[in-house]
Write a protein that binds this ligand. Structure first.
Ligand code: NAI
Length: 332
């Protein structure tokens, strides 16, 4: 198998090269995103492409891949909103992903964002470095006793619910498929509009689909309590960024933690410290003292990267031998 590996970072090479010792695939690492600008440069003889969250696999890109004889698109992530699955189906390209490399990694990062915001440790860290030990402006609030609303109780949302229950929070959830185990643990399922109205803290753990694009826009924000804390580690397109900025200005959103951003493919996973950023919305978001932005790092733990490499190469190996992985990896 020859694999063209896109959006490759040094840590990807490290974990995949280590895992590939057991397979011996030829992996061609490309630093660039996969998209229309580069797809025609893929060499004939490539059997699979390995892609990440911000690679763009549109119908046109998939058409070129198919013409070049690519048979497998292996996503080394869980979300797949960036791949036109219908186009892949039509061109007989199999698409696999890593459905659950470490739900705890993402859930724990969502909690880390929440705990940073509610105790203002991002501000305290800077202050103490300047020998300023004053507490003015650092007043926080307890999580214990608060009502937490969780949208999406799949693998990550479920791990997040468990942690919040451990903090002594009341946990409300919305998901078209209710989880019986969570219910026995005390999680209460409600329609989304009731969840929005009742929660002090809302955390999003559902995939981005055409139906829930901008699920948090003015209409949803109006239903929320004044002074809500909102955490999004899922996908940027779930938030209407302009509406969220307006809600921050009005104090409707008291704290915002985002690990994902709707225009993130131009920014995230790159060192832009010497560049002028042209995206005014992200600059505005980063200027708020009560907003915490991380660059899509919720998944980024040793455990998760080991599992991503292992599941991805195992799936490619099975597909190469005419078999299919059976644990939710296959999308097409
Ligand atoms: P999952 O497939 O196990 O669970 C998703 C859940 O969301 C399902 O139970 C589904 O029924 C529910 N759902 C679908 N549409 C919904 C809606 N409109 N409202 C409420 N619930 C809805 O997925 P998993 O592994 O829990 O991942 C969730 C998302 O987290 C991924 O789709 C991905 O976008 C994001 N993610 C982010 C990472 C990061 O590093 N920031 C890493 C991994 C995933």
């Amino acid at each position: 198998m020859r694999i063209a590996f896109f959006s490759a970072k040094p840590y990807d090479r490290m974990f995949f090269n280590q895992c590939n010792e057991g397979y011996g695939f030829q992996i061609d690492y490309w630093e660039t995103h996969l998209g229309p600008h580069v797809v025609s440069a893929i060499e004939t003889g490539t059997d699979a492409v390995c892609v990440f969250v911000n690679d763009r696999l549109t119908a046109d890109v998939i058409g070129v891949l198919a013409d070049k004889g690519v048979k497998v698109i292996a996503l080394r992530c869980a979300g797949f909103n960036n791949v036109d699955l219908d186009a892949a189906r039509k061109r007989n390209i199999q698409v696999c992903r890593v459905p659950a490399y470490s739900p705890e990694a993402v859930a724990e990062h969502a909690v880390a964002m929440l705990l940073t915001l509610n105790r203002k440790t991002h501000k305290a860290y800077n202050r103490v470095r300047e020998q300023n030990f004053a507490l003015n402006g650092l007043l926080g609030f307890n999580l214990h006793g608060k009502t937490v609303g969780v949208a999406g109780t799949g693998k990550i949302g479920k791990a997040f619910c468990r942690i919040m229950l451990g903090f002594g929070c009341r946990v409300l959830a919305f998901d078209p498929f209710e989880d019986e185990e969570l219910k026995t643990l005390g999680v209460q399922y409600l329609p989304m509009s009731d969840l929005l109205a009742a929660a002090d803290i809302i955390s999003l753990h559902c995939p981005l689909t055409p139906e829930n694009h901008y699920m948090i826009s003015n209409e949803a924000l109006e239903k929320m309590k004044q002074g809500i804390t909102l955490i999004n580690t899922s996908r940027g397109g779930l938030l209407n960024t302009k509406d969220v900025i307006a809600a921050l200005k009005k104090g409707k959103i008291a704290y915002l933690g985002i690990d994902v951003y709707e225009q993130e493919e131009k920014l995230f996973f790159k060192d832009l410290s010497g560049s002028i950023i042209m995206d005014d919305d992200i600059q505005r978001l980063m200027s708020f003292p009560n907003v915490l932005v991380t660059g899509h790092q919720a998944f980024f733990t040793e455990e998760a990267l080991t599992e991503i490499a292992s599941v991805t190469l195992h799936s490619i190996s099975l597909l190469d031998s005419g078999k299919q992985p059976q644990n939710g990896e296959m999308l097409v």
